[in-house]
Design a protein around this ligand. Structure first.
Ligand code: TUI
Length: 311
């Protein structure tokens, strides 16, 4: 595959973006992906000082472009948004809300802005606000999700906006990338596949749980509180869903999830922690370096595209 609108926009070799996973995507992971020719993304979740340190570390590890993901439900967003400008980060992706009020400032500082969106309406709004591209994420994704699947959402957004569309949710190999391109996307974002990479610092227990997951092992919690989150099924999800079904006080339900992601990622407590992963976890069954992952993805993509174009 030659260049695409997204490789040109981001000045990267391959149209592959690594998802900015809260508590997971750090300097080591992001730098490894960027060094391998994709776009590495660090998570902007943490104290402002922690995030600043992670940015500085990434800059030491790679001279290639990298990005930062801003989870808009956090409370230090104003500070992190300013940090993006001060540190002149090449790309910002956002999730779990609208980054509208920050976009003008980021653009003034030459930052490429790529919000993650779960619907056509929000994609159109982001285009109007001046976003450079959108990451369109289907509900197959891990973590906080919307309601529509990647397969139905991508072509609808592609028809509705003129800016480049990057597909996310349920993409784990070269076939998934090829399918995304067929639907009109010009690149992909992948989280679950990079979660088990050698450079990813997530606890070994978490990696093993993802590597051993089957197709039907994810579940969506938080629908009743309007914060749907896809995770791998465990003791926590059973308790969570029991509470949701019993019409418990939403504050009690939310309290059960508080700190649960950190518990799984850092402590490796995969029974009581939140093991976020996409539906593609069943396909992700080997640990590789980020370079091996990206090279394999691009080889598979060439093979599939060759097959389609030559038949
Ligand atoms: O943000 C994500 N995925 C995430 S964030 C996250 S951190 C977390 N930690 C603990 C509990 C819950 C989450 C884990 N996974 N994906 C991008 C995404 N954005 N999915 C859906 C959306 C979204 C939703 C609404 C984007 C925009 C939006 O707009 C609403 C509006 O007001 O316009």
């Amino acid at each position: 595959m030659k260049t695409s609108r997204i490789t040109e926009l981001l000045n990267i070799e391959y149209p592959i973006i690594q998802g900015g996973m809260a508590w997971i995507s750090d300097a080591n992971l992001a730098a490894a992906v960027s060094e391998a020719g994709g776009l590495g993304i660090i998570s902007g979740v943490g104290s402002t000082e922690e995030v600043r340190a992670e940015i500085k570390k990434t800059k030491l590890l790679t001279k290639k472009p990298f990005g930062i993901n801003i989870m808009l439900m956090r409370d230090n967003i104003d500070e992190i948004a300013k940090l993006v400008c001060d540190e002149q980060i090449a790309v910002v992706t956002t999730g779990a809300g609208s980054p509208g009020k920050y976009i003008e400032d980021w653009k003034k500082h030459n930052v490429k802005v790529i919000p993650v969106v779960p619907s056509v309406a929000i994609a159109k709004r982001m285009e109007k606000f001046g976003a450079d591209a959108v990451i369109v994420e289907g509900m197959e994704a891990g973590g906080h999700i919307g309601q529509l699947t990647t397969m139905s959402l991508i072509p609808q957004v592609v028809d509705a906006v003129d800016i480049p569309v990057i597909a996310a949710g349920g993409i784990g190999d070269g076939r998934g990338i090829a399918a995304s391109l067929m639907l009109g996307a010009c690149g992909v974002q992948m989280g679950t596949r990079f979660l088990v990479s050698e450079e990813c610092k997530v606890h070994e227990n978490y990696k093993e749980r993802v590597l051993n997951a089957k197709d039907i092992d994810t579940e969506v919690t938080g629908t009743s509180t309007s914060h749907p989150v896809r995770v791998l099924r465990n003791k926590l999800t059973r308790e969570y869903i029991k509470l949701e079904k019993s019409n418990a006080d939403p504050r009690e339900i939310e309290a059960l999830g508080k700190g649960a992601l950190r518990k799984a990622v850092i402590d490796g407590d995969i029974n009581n922690g939140s093991v976020m992963a996409g539906q593609i976890a069943g396909l992700v069954n080997k640990k590789q370096s980020c370079k091996e992952i990206i090279n394999e993805l691009m080889d598979e993509l060439d093979l599939v595209l060759g097959r389609v174009c030559n038949e």
